[in-house]
Design a protein around this ligand. Sequence first.
Ligand code: AKB
Length: 311
Amino acid sequence: MEKILLIGACGQIGAELTMQLRAAYGDGNVVAADVKEPNSEIRESGPFEHLNVLDAASFGDILERHSPTQIYNLAAMLSATGEKYPLKAWDLNMNGLLNTLELSIIHEVKKVYWPSSIAVFGPTTPRVMTPQETVMEPNTIYGISKQAGERLCEWYHQKKGVDVRSLRYPGIISYKTEPGGGTTDYAVDIYFQAKRKGSYECFLKEGTALPMMYMPDAIRATMELMEAPANTISVRSSYNLAAMTFAPEEVAASIQKEIPDFAVSYAPDFRQAIAESWPASIDDSVARKDWGWKPEFDLDAMTKDMLEHVR
Ligand code: AKB
């Protein structure tokens, strides 16, 4: 029987992944952990532990008490906040991963999941249909930490036999828990402001196309990767993963099909340079071939669902 420890359970992806894993593996078999207070859904549906992933002693103690077969470590500082607090971002993103990998060996954890990001790519990377293997010269501290993390994952797999798996998430759009500190966050805010105010001031310029994905697809991709037989996983750094690509005016036009009076203005800030250093679209053919990845949501299907659910 699988038992899972999910660190970062109060974050945008962690909160939804915790509930989906509990539905799949049983509420009591998924221990949620975070430095923050959990929402009532997470607290009331299964076990919760307060954990700072940098505190190796407490992390080890939790592994001792719960004996998980899998660890998901989703604790991270994202691109925009990382540029403001580079040393904290490096510390959390790198040492959180190192603790996870080292402790997974000591406590004989069978599988580890760690998310990477399109931020591993940089301005010298081919921007359109970015291949799985290509030039990678990230220029944000978040991207640099994710690229170094990918190298660590591959090293721990090859040299220490850790069954670690990873996805390079694009911008993730969702309505349950709002994201924090990312460059792609505008694509979430725009839906909230469309419903709340009928207008939105975007911090990226028109024409800034970025790879994006709706949360149900991101959760399904994560669970499908973790459930795939180990011999089908040919990539031990991190898999390219894609669903859709759009620029701010395209998501605005999609919202206007449902809310015709919705108005968008543009006031680009420091996040524009980050967005311009990232790919516009991603070639995820290796994930499709290895473990059958296929997205379900396109832009208009996501817009309909988002506008139905955003409060
Ligand atoms: C960010 O914008 O920093 C994240 C990411 C693409 O990893 N959403």
